[in-house]
Design a protein around this ligand. Sequence first.
Ligand code: PBG
Length: 324
Amino acid sequence: MPVIRPRRLRRTAAMRDLLAETHVRTDDLIAPLFVREGIAEPQPIQSLKGVMQHTRDSLRAEVTELAALGVKSVILFGVPAEKDAVGSGAYDPEGIVQLALGDLRSEVGDDMVVMTDLCVDEYTSHGHCGIVDEHGVVDNDKTLDLYVAAALAQARAGSHVVAPSGMMDGQVAAIRSGLDAENFTDVAILAYAAKYASGLYGPFRDAVDVEIADGGDRRGYQQDYRNTREAQREVDLDIAEGADMVMIKPALSYLDIIADTAARVDVPVAAYHVSGEYAMIHAAADNGWIDGDAVALEQLTAIKRAGANIILTYFTRWFAENHR
Ligand code: PBG
């Protein structure tokens, strides 16, 4: 029996390119962007190298440049000047995200898919993703009314896709009926379906100035990372409630969940390569310990290989500039 030689197929770059099974394309990527109320100049975010808290003007410029680079989608997060107990900035028609949405839609129209994160933690004084009761627990059903109000405000301001990220039960159904009742039947829902209570969101909380009151956390509503079955239940519920697309978040520690979901469902699957995943690459690269570009490409490819159709990543601009 001759020696079987798989290495034959890895010998030249052309052979490797010919046989590569997985490709990341700019078309697959969604750029998360932050817009902050009440600042005159864009502010760099220390823990997210190269990412800014934008002014309305700098956001507009950034999105125009991303469009020119071939990027197809952005997702907006707002940082309000004032926070309150119910996060009213999330549904105020003059709230920062609503104003920024108007700017962007007049700039890019339908040439890009403009998404909005739909949650209230950036807007609440206590940093939770909903209305907190007298025991400090997030009240699920009262919070749904807030999410519907925010969805309508975002739809009126021109969002193509709303992305509920609060992990309240019934949020997708509530938002879908709220949107349909006002004739926003074309606004799609990208559900953060399986969102884990992760240690990897730290830099994001710097980006949106969120600190959870009393040293609290989100383990009462986000998922337990020891579990997998729960993720499939959440995905199924969100699809049954009307989600057009489902998201798994974070990405790299949950490639098994991405793969299970992609194998089971027939809606597009998104994965969020989150702030901590981005920050770790930059931190190690800045120390000279890894080749940051190589690792970024390896990680984005792994997320696609696991089965994600689209990826939310802070590397979107870098990828579009360097890979196309
Ligand atoms: C909640 C939200 C979070 C992220 C996206 N939407 C933070 C959280 O759940 O605490 C994290 C994204 C990232 O880390 O890049 N509105």
